[in-house]
Design a protein around this ligand. Structure first.
Ligand code: 5AD
Ligand code: SF4
Length: 482
């Protein structure tokens, strides 16, 4: 974890600073005093638990939230039996919301047993006014609510809640603010997500993300490179550059920079071994980017390229701004430049108006491209999105049947494709000791496939060549090569 400010030097008896991040370090110091008082009374520090729902962006946000809580002095709890529980929510599909409501019922029961427990909710779901209304009305035991634009304010909101005995709610509709240099805890010591941009301007007609994550904002290249250099100094070998649509990175900066340019700068960071990024929108994936991927020694040979549907008619209704043919052409171009690349994708079935013929087009894309893997989703109606008010919603049983057929196709192809590197020797970044087999470690190939092989725990974090001895469908068993 890095921490730019020395909390011991912060005077909390004066008014809080206006500028960020100094203001948040001031509130972290104030909350720290509360933690000390708790410790004196109870003989231990208070515990905090964060549950993350949803995507990699939320996972990275949770690392920042954890960094703030650790700076304040909380220790980590393994589950909700804690003094502070935070749910970082997702709302991309309705079932994500349902899961949170379900868990809130459980938290209510826990809080009845431990009334001093504090419950906080943040993330995408909180950016929906109807959700917040419902929580204020029916889940009054919640203590703190904030959204996606102001996660940096956790300490300030916690302090507010500690001082006033009522729910602290702070929601921003949108923001142009990016607060740099706050603490961040890392889940893994050797790999880390790095935000390069926030928000999305695409407005795919089914998607709620632009409404809950706001407009596109890119971080300055020097801030990103500075963060990566620090991460590498602290032992990171692999970074995952994160954005809803990384291919449109830098367009709105004062001095515009392309994503391809940014990648070249990241490549130049000494000591960094691997670069990943997600998510790429096919409509914005430039020839320049393909060249950079071809020439790079560090960019992993994996591209997540959501297709969503194989039907050009549905793609138009989805507002994806490419056709089936353009997508397939792009795949050909990428494969010509980087022949061994792994391609993965996202597919939605049951978008309004989808016919059996449209669905067959999707199956055709799956069979033509032969994805390494695909995340398949049943279309979920999201409030405010244009697709929600389309009157030709597809019947549930029809969608379920298509979903099952799609999944079977995806899995059968995936099992064949993933075995293609059998009997090769390839570099593996070792991620952890194997949880199933004693004396083994687990790591990933550049194309993201998992490999298990005999090895010492001390290998974790290093890149080693491994002979891929046996394919198990979605992973390999290997042995260390010299
Ligand atoms: N219904 C189903 N899937 C969705 N996704 C986004 N919005 C919806 C929705 N309303 C999927 C898309 C996207 C992934 C992150 O989630 O496939 O790429
Ligand atoms: Fe949603 Fe489309 Fe933006 Fe992805 S690109 S977050 S699917 S609106």
């Amino acid at each position: 974890m890095y921490n730019e400010f020395d909390l011991d030097k912060i005077d909390i008896n004066v008014e809080p600073p206006i500028e960020e991040p100094a203001r948040q370090y001031y509130y972290m110091t104030k909350c720290r005093e509360w933690v000390w008082e708790f410790e004196q009374k109870n003989g231990r520090r208070p515990a905090a638990f964060i549950q993350t729902f949803g995507c990699q962006m939320n996972a990275r946000d949770s690392e920042k939230l954890t960094g703030i809580l650790e700076t304040i002095g909380f220790c980590k709890a393994e589950d909700e039996h804690a003094e502070f529980v935070l749910y970082n929510t997702c709302t991309v599909r309705e079932n994500a919301n349902q899961r949170v409501y379900g868990r809130l019922g459980y938290l209510n029961a826990l809080k009845k047993k431990n009334p001093r427990m504090l419950i906080a909710l943040c993330g995408c779901m909180m950016q929906e006014p109807e959700v917040v209304e419902k929580i204020k009305k029916s889940y009054r035991f919640v203590d703190i609510i904030f959204g996606t634009h102001n996660i940096f304010k956790l300490a300030e909101l916690l302090w507010q809640r500690l001082k006033q005995q009522k729910m602290a709610v702070d929601l921003w509709e949108d923001t142009s603010l990016i607060v740099e240099n706050l603490p961040a805890e890392r889940k893994y010591p050797f790999k880390s997500g790095v935000n390069i941009m926030f928000g999305c301007n695409n407005f795919c007609s089914y998607c709620i993300v632009p409404y809950v994550r706001g407009r596109e904002r890119s971080r300055k290249p020097q801030e990103i490179i500075g963060e990566i250099e620090k991460l590498v100094e602290s032992g990171v070998a692999e970074v995952m550059l994160l954005g809803q649509n990384v291919n449109s990175y830098g367009k709105n900066l004062d001095v515009p920079v392309t994503f391809a340019d940014l990648l070249k700068q990241v490549e130049a960071v000494k000591g960094l071994k691997r670069i990943r990024f997600m998510t790429s929108h096919p409509k914005d994936l430039s020839d320049e980017l393909i060249e950079v991927m071809r020439d790079s020694k560090k960019i992993c040979s994996h591209l997540h390229l959501p297709v969503q549907s194989g039907s050009s008619r549905i793609l138009k209704a989805m507002n994806r701004r490419y056709t089936k043919e353009q997508y397939l052409l792009l795949v050909d171009k990428i494969r010509a430049a980087v022949p061994d690349i792994s391609l993965t994708t996202d597919i939605i079935v049951g978008f309004p108006g989808e016919t059996e013929e449209d669905f067959q087009e999707t199956l055709d894309v799956v069979r033509t491209v032969r994805f390494d893997s695909a995340f398949t989703f049943i279309y979920s109606k999201r409030s405010k999105t244009p697709a929600a008010s389309m009157d030709n919603q597809v019947a549930e049983d029809v969608v379920k049947d298509r979903f099952d057929r799609l999944l079977a196709e995806v899995q059968a192809i995936s099992a064949q494709v993933c075995a293609r590197d059998l009997h090769k020797t390839m570099d593996v970044l070792v991620e952890e000791t194997d949880s199933h087999i004693e004396g083994y470690v687990t790591g990933r190939l550049s194309n993201n496939t998992l490999v298990h092989f005999p090895g010492e725990p001390s290998l974790v974090g290093s890149v080693v060549p491994v002979y891929l001895e046996e394919s198990k469908g979605f992973y390999y068993m290997g042995k260390r090569a010299e």
